[in-house]
Write a protein that binds this ligand. Structure first.
Ligand SMILES: NC(=O)c1ccc[n+]([C@@H]2O[C@H](COP(=O)([O-])OP(=O)(O)OC[C@H]3O[C@@H](n4cnc5c(N)ncnc54)[C@H](OP(=O)(O)O)[C@@H]3O)[C@@H](O)[C@H]2O)c1
Length: 290
């Protein structure tokens, strides 16, 4: 049986959606904090198990009879490492054979606070645990682009403190389908994959595509972090969240998110979602904002 954690969140839920296309629901379990948020999964025959990453005994209980666990990494600003260690230790104690961990892409040595530090420690802990492991270094979601540039079509300019940095954006549903394919196929024991889109885009590329779709010129100007953070705070984001956005941009500036890999494309059997497709569906369609 395969258990997916974070099953009430984006990636976890979408991975279960993808698993259900190829795997009987009786072979899938969902780990959630709040079963009330997982009624749709239970209805589809997925076994819903309840545990918080901080609750070690509940995790051991939830992992009984599970062969593979997909550990969807904990959210930033929440002591991710303690949570990940709990999940890894509990999986081992419960007799889980193989644990997949969703890390973040690292195409350069840049260490992003709140994200890469805990990923590096988690990966080392997992490798030393004795569990079979597969590390999935996920690229930056297309769904996170709106946080960096805003969710409306800009009038004439986008400003992000990303310099000439590029991002190999990947749509989360593409990642989910690729992850489900890895969970249900052999040959991934103690392997590490970087799961990205097929192309890396600069913010000049983003501006150019937006211009073509909008039919009026939109340019990109790299900004300094301080005015960018101030502008995000003025738009209503808490200071630490605005700073976090600037840190993602800094990671892009330093090449952390730029490498392209064909693993997602191979697992999907077709090209993953392109920048043009994502922007069109998200910024220029009244029906699909995802
Ligand atoms: N690659 C990227 O661009 C990117 C962007 C953002 C985040 N991430 C990372 O990728 C992960 C998955 O992304 P996502 O979009 O699916 O995030 P998401 O929608 O926020 O989902 C996070 C999931 O983790 C669960 N969770 C959080 N804390 C937990 C805890 N203490 N115990 C048990 N479950 C807990 C949440 O449960 P509830 O529903 O109960 O809250 C939710 O189901 C994130 O958590 C983060 O580490 C990657």
């Amino acid at each position: 049986m395969i258990l997916v954690t974070g099953a009430t969140g984006g990636l976890g839920h979408e991975t279960i959606d993808a698993l259900l296309k190829t795997t009987p629901a009786t072979e899938i379990a969902a780990l959630v904090r709040d079963a009330g948020k997982a009624a749709d999964l239970a209805q589809r025959g997925v076994e819903v198990r309840q545990a918080d990453y901080f609750d070690y005994p509940a995790l051991v209980q939830a992992f009984q009879g599970i062969e593979k666990v997909l550990l969807v990494s904990a959210v930033a600003f929440t002591d991710r490492l303690s949570q990940h260690r709990n999940v890894i230790d509990a999986a081992k104690e419960a007799g889980v054979k193989h644990l997949f961990y969703t890390s973040i892409q690292r195409s350069s040595d840049f260490v992003m606070p709140q994200v890469t530090e805990s990923d590096l420690a988690t990966e080392a802990y997992l490798k030393a645990s004795g569990l079979m492991y597969t590390i999935l270094r996920n690229g930056y979601y297309f769904e996170g682009l709106g946080y960096l540039i805003g969710s409306e079509v800009p009038e004439s300019e986008i400003r992000v403190p990303a310099g000439e940095g590029k991002i190999a954006f990947v749509k989360r549903t593409d990642l989910a389908v690729a992850t489900a394919a890895l969970l249900t196929s052999a040959g991934h024991d103690n392997q590490e994959y970087t799961l990205t889109g097929s192309e890396a885009y600069s913010f000049h590329d983003v501006a150019r595509e937006l211009s073509e779709l909008a039919g009026h010129p939109i340019t990109y100007q790299s900004s300094e972090p301080a005015p960018y953070i101030a502008q995000k705070v003025a738009a209503g984001f808490p200071d630490f969240v605005a700073t976090f956005f600037a840190q993602w941009a800094d990671a892009a500036r330093h090449g952390m998110l730029a490498g392209t890999h064909d693993t997602v494309e191979r697992l999907l059997g077709h090209k993953p979602t392109s920048l043009r497709e994502y922007l069109k569906a998200t910024y220029f369609s009244t029906t699909d904002r995802s």
